[in-house]
Ligand binder design. Structure first.
Ligand code: SF4
Ligand code: SF4
Length: 712
């Protein structure tokens, strides 16, 4: 990881009497240490990558506490780590992005949830749902229900988040059940403070190992006939134990209000949005005092029937605020109320949208519809409805006033080593014709957008080659699968490469070897230059592929566009059947820039020579057809007005953010475009050779310039 979290790691050392200030996800990290965890692991992904990144940088503190940290190669391995808590009183926590990560972890989760746990097991999931999400729009709720695991969804407020993490471990132990804690993007990044407590060592840890022989009890294996007993235990023992703990320890919250004939039942994570919407409608003050009573489910699953009935009894109507489809809480609440013959009307979907994130507008619209539908006494319903309509109309008015705002789709960074590969595919396809391209998860998926628009399917992380398995035999040309080195180690090696070799597949696989899981913030991989300890990992994609039996294997530097085009053509045209793998090698430019900028700053401080390469376009030569832009897609390559009054087309121009990767020049060369690109080396702290060369060059240019003037 090229970015340092040393400062955040220091905050983890705070003890009793100090105040912790920071982001929600960091508060969770601190709460884990206050809870006495013995091990932590996970797989990176927004919005929870930070948790593991900080843990890795806090290695000194963790070793002092005896906490083992594992940077897992997938969510499945992270989930399987929790197996340590099945037999032993070890508290552990793992983290990943959900719902995709939970899908990957599903097998281990089922096998964990079946026997249950002895030590508290917490799964911290980044619930990437709604605006800004980068994955499939599903929720983790279904997983919790089907496995009988408890799902915590704390109110986004730091003291509440910390309390729920700490009580989450107790809940897990009291009910022998693993517990999931979901954090939406906004909860991860909410800032605040809470009174810190001293960090605790786990009952057992690396510093105080478990004595005695390993525990062998058949009932703790997820194997029949134990599984039949587990199923009964889940319903007859663990669920009632969990409900009793939640009730006795007040994990859920009720906020009273003077309009008692109606109420709101909200998932904890949505509370801040609800209270803000109420405040905008004049139904709450700025300090969070609501006029409508609110029942906050910091535990999204299981529902506590008695608590829920107590809140609803005597009310004419309640609104359930629960994002996404289906409406799990609304259905359960309806069932419980009808069973108890409580005639409170349950509203939810209908007032609120059936799908999509409950942002401010959705909540204002939903609350207004609820008030209009339930018409409580003591409020001017028509004024509230009109006020909501006026707020919602503001957006339409603002959009109309702004006019057409260009979309800003995500794109490769300037100088990204993956971009040249797609330039090469485009150039190769001019000759070969288009073929099916199986895309994958990672930065390279940006190539599915203009200007490349390359990619016909995405089936999951590391799944590109596997998803081309049935395309190849049914398609006129060999399909090309693209995956990153992150995807390769996550799933691609076994699900894709081994399967293709085993089934004698005949496709082309490009592995982007950029050295990190870049899209999630540059975490280390098994084939990063070094591991998190700074030592070489000793692993290689090339050696791994050869050991698996891949015969056709080439490693090509990504910026060598002409070589990449040639290699692609060879792979597509080869008479040799079988999997053909091209390792596209080039370090992630974002990570590289972070690394070399720090190194160069040090050199400059010491007065040493530093060279920065930039590319430029000669205005006089540029024809203005912009093929270079369409083929490279670099955001540093743009247009500007032509300086020639006789040419109206804008010319290409390289702006200050250019990192000198050389792709535009390479593309111009490989595609035989106009020769307008030039390269310049900007030398800081020049030596005597640089100065001499500069004087010589200036003299020659001056002489040539003079000749040009003499012979116009
Ligand atoms: S983070 Fe790295 S790999 Fe991803 S787009 Fe940026 S330079 Fe490319
Ligand atoms: S050299 Fe060209 S492609 Fe590379 S960063 Fe600069 S403008 Fe972009």
């Amino acid at each position: 990881m090229e970015r340092s979290f040393k400062k955040e790691a220091e905050a983890l050392e705070l003890g009793a009497g100090r105040t912790f200030r920071g982001e929600g996800i960091l508060a969770v990290t601190k709460a884990l240490l206050q809870s006495g965890v013995s091990y932590v692991g996970g797989y990176q992904g927004a919005p929870v990558s930070h948790l593991l990144d900080v843990m890795v940088d806090a290695e000194g503190l963790l070793s002092e506490l005896g906490v083992h940290v594992e940077t897992c190669t997938s969510e499945a391995s992270a989930a399987a780590m929790l197996g340590a808590s099945i037999n032993y009183p070890l508290r552990g926590a793992v983290t990943w992005k959900s719902v995709v990560g939970t899908n990957v972890a599903a097998d281990a989760l089922s096998n964990l949830a079946s026997p249950g746990v002895t030590g508290g097991a917490l799964i911290i999931i980044g619930e990437d749902y709604g605006e800004g999400a980068s994955i499939i729009q599903e929720r983790s709720y279904a997983f919790a229900m089907k496995c009988s695991m408890w799902l915590l969804d704390p109110r986004p407020d730091l003291p509440t988040i910390v309390r729920i993490v700490e009580q989450g471990f107790e809940l897990s132990e009291a009910s022998n059940t693993p517990v999931m804690l979901e954090l939406r993007i906004r909860a991860c990044h909410v800032t605040g403070e809470f009174p810190a407590k001293d960090n605790r060592r786990g009952v057992y840890s690396g510093r105080n190992p478990i004595p005695g022989p390993p525990r062998h009890e058949y009932i703790r294996l997820s194997h029949p006939p134990s599984t039949f007993i587990h199923e009964k235990q889940k319903v007859e023992q663990r669920l009632p134990a969990a409900q009793a703990f939640i009730r006795q320890n007040g994990l859920n919250e009720v906020f009273p209000g003077d309009i008692g004939e109606i109420g709101i039942v909200t998932l904890g994570g949505l509370y801040n949005g609800v209270i803000r919407a109420l405040s905008r409608l004049g139904l709450a003050d700025l300090f969070g005092n609501s006029r409508i009573p609110i029942y906050v489910l910091n535990v999204a699953y299981p529902l506590l029937p008695d608590e829920a009935k107590r809140f609803c009894a005597g009310k004419r109507a309640v609104l359930v605020v629960e994002e996404g489809n289906p409406e799990y809480v609304e259905q359960q609440l309806n069932t419980e109320l009808r069973r108890a013959d409580i005639q409170t009307r349950v509203l939810g979907k209908g007032c609120l949208p059936r799908a999509g994130e409950y942002n401010s507008e959705a909540l204002i619209g939903g609350l207004s519809a609820f008030v209009a539908e339930s018409r409580p006494g003591g409020v001017d319903v028509d004024t509230i409805v009109a006020h909501a309509a006026a707020i919602l109309a503001q957006r339409t008015g603002a959009l109309a006033a702004l006019g057409d705002i260009p979309a800003r789709p995500p794109n490769f960074c300037t100088g990204c080593p993956e971009r040249p590969v797609f330039s090469a595919i485009k150039l190769a396809q001019r000759e070969l014709g288009p073929t099916h391209i199986s895309a994958d998860i990672g930065c390279h998926s940006f190539a599915t957008l203009p200007p490349f628009s390359l990619g016909n399917s995405i089936l999951g992380y590391g799944m590109s080659l596997a998803s081309a398995a049935a395309v190849g035999p049914n398609f006129a040309r060999r399909p090309i699968a693209v995956m990153g080195d992150g995807g390769f180690w996550h799933n691609g090696l076994v699900s894709g490469v081994a399967s293709s070799l085993f089934n004698q597949g005949d496709g082309v696989l490009i592995v982007m070897q950029n050295g990190y899981t870049s899209a999630t913030g540059q975490q280390y991989l098994p084939t990063s230059r070094t591991s998190r300890t700074g030592a070489p990992t000793g692993m290689s994609i090339e050696a791994t592929l050869r050991s698996f039996g891949v015969k056709w294997l080439r490693t090509v530097r990504t910026y060598g566009v002409a070589t990449m085009v040639k290699t692609l053509k060879e792979a597509m045209r080869s008479a040799e059947r079988g999997l053909k793998v091209i390792i596209a090698d080039g370090e992630c430019m974002l990570a590289r820039q972070r690394r070399i900028r720090a190194e160069e700053a040090e050199k400059l401080k010491r007065g040493e020579r530093v060279v920065r390469t930039r590319y430029g376009v000669d205005d006089e030569i540029c024809t203005g057809d912009h093929s270079c832009i369409r083929l490279s897609g670099c955001p540093s390559l743009t247009v500007k007005p032509s300086p020639d009054p006789l040419r109206t087309d804008p010319v290409a121009s390289v702006i200050e953010s250019c990192v000198g990767c050389g792709l535009c020049g390479e593309v111009a060369h490989a595609a035989v475009l106009c020769p307008s690109f030039y390269r310049a080396d900007i030398v800081r702290n020049p030596g005597w050779r640089d100065r001499l060369l500069h004087r010589l060059r200036s003299a020659v240019i001056g002489w040539l310039g003079g000749r040009a003037e003499a012979h116009p």
